[in-house]
Design a protein around this ligand. Structure first.
Ligand code: FAD
Ligand code: NAP
Length: 340
């Protein structure tokens, strides 16, 4: 089916996991690559600004979007096995965790630590999703994307994507320019497990797992996440609102003198990663509620919409956090969530 159904004045409330109310002047769901080329020659597309979304789990709408929102709903999986390796290609609109579960069930290792992350396959390279010691770039092979400026498809290899901590070329130089329609991951049938994060190790022990396997890791990660994070279907949120700051050692030394218990991890030679959630908590925000916005009681890094908060209220609350954390630690927090 290649008929484009462009809707006017679409409410975005059910298209963002914060659950804030906002309207898009125009909205279209794309289920095939052919529809994208059709869209490119459509008058509305030429006339208005556009924004691509997947599951809306890493966005905050603070105002009306006076343009066209393109929701990627292209699905499908292709598998190419090659000895101990497997190349899995998935449609950009596929639900990320459905892909994870498919791979776990088939014994393809590499993304089990990324279980239960909301959102779509197509967004996974955008912020180089990561959790529990694994980042997308560890398994990323290539992606196919449609250039919304030039109207043609392009292939990106890992070396083209400029991956770094929760970042990629698609969040910077190519922000808003491409829609990723397919991602190929290189997974393994003889997989090296990663249980470097204490919480995962402890959960596996609690589960009584004797022999490590990807299914057990996936279940352990899912259990921790269900306990610790608010479920967007009942309480609006977009996961971690801020990135964990990475600073150089000379900047870290006075900080650890002033706060000997500051939570920190090595982030490569001469670099230290700070836990933003800990700093937000120490600045007095953990579990704090202001109107219908606030931070999550179990993890201060997550800003929540208790019910009817607006995007502006959430954003203003995040400004307060940035200010107070800066006043206390002289560290400027950077937002991970994409603000529109
Ligand atoms: P959206 O929110 O729809 O879009 C995010 C950005 O990507 C936007 O700028 C959008 O324009 C762009 N984009 C989306 N799809 C495409 C596409 N096909 N092509 C080009 N650009 C596109 N993130 C982590 O990294 N690790 C976690 O552990 C994690 N845990 C989370 C837990 C919860 C409860 C929630 C709500 C969020 C969490 N997140 C986490 C954030 C979020 O789930 C991820 O960033 C996810 O990849 C976003 O996918 P999405 O499809 O919802 O993207
Ligand atoms: P946590 O376990 O309370 O740990 C706090 C922070 O310390 C984490 O953000 C993590 O950084 C870092 N950390 C913990 N153990 C580490 C180790 N062994 N080596 C290096 N860094 C370590 O964190 P949490 O909030 O429950 O989240 C658990 C994992 O899920 C984290 O990886 C987190 O990034 C991910 N997550 C991400 C989002 C999101 O929206 N981006 C939302 C929920 C959870 P890192 O963040 O760098 O891993």
């Amino acid at each position: 089916m290649s008929i484009l159904q462009i809707v006017r004045d679409q409410s975005l409330k059910s298209y963002n996991t914060f659950g804030v109310e906002a309207t898009a002047s125009f909205f279209v769901q794309i289920t095939s690559e052919k529809q994208l080329t059709d869209l490119f020659s459509h008058d509305l597309f030429k006339k208005y600004t556009h924004l691509v979304i997947g599951g809306g789990s890493n966005v905050l709408f603070t105002q009306t979007f006076a343009g066209l929102i393109v929701k990627n709903s292209i699905t499908g999986i292709k598998v190419h096995e090659d000895g101990d390796y497997v190349l899995v290609s998935a449609g950009g609109g596929m639900v990320w965790d459905e892909l994870v579960q498919y791979c776990v069930q088939n014994g393809y290792g590499g993304i089990e630590n990324l279980s239960l992350i909301p959102g779509t396959v197509g967004a996974s390279p955008v912020q180089n999703i990561g959790a529990y010691g694994v980042e997308l770039e560890d398994v990323f092979y290539s992606c196919r994307a449609f250039d919304l400026q030039e109207g043609k498809f392009e292939e990106f290899l890992k070396s083209d994507c400029q991956f770094s901590y929760r970042d990629s070329i698609f969040k910077n130089a190519y922000k808003g320019r491409f829609i990723i329609t397919e991602v190929t991951y290189q997974l393994s049938k003889k997989h090296q497990f990663n249980i470097s994060y204490g919480a995962v190790k402890e959960e596996l022990e609690r589960m009584g797992v004797q022999e490590l396997n990807i299914s057990a890791i996936s279940q352990a990660v899912a259990s921790i996440r269900v306990r610790k994070l608010p479920d967007p279907s009942t309480i609006g949120n977009a996961g971690s609102f801020f990135k964990n700051p990475i600073i150089a050692l000379p900047e870290f030394e006075p900080l650890v003198k002033a706060y000997p218990d500051i939570i920190h991890f090595s982030a490569g030679p001469g670099q230290v990663k700070l836990a933003a959630g800990w700093m937000i908590e120490k600045a007095g925000f953990k579990g704090l509620r202001r109107g219908d916005t606030g931070t999550w009681k179990h993890q201060a890094l997550v800003i929540v919409n208790h019910k009817n908060a607006t995007g502006k209220e959430v954003y203003n609350f995040s400004e307060k956090i940035v200010k107070e954390v800066y006043n206390k630690f002289k560290i400027l927090l950077e937002r991970e969530v994409n603000i529109f």
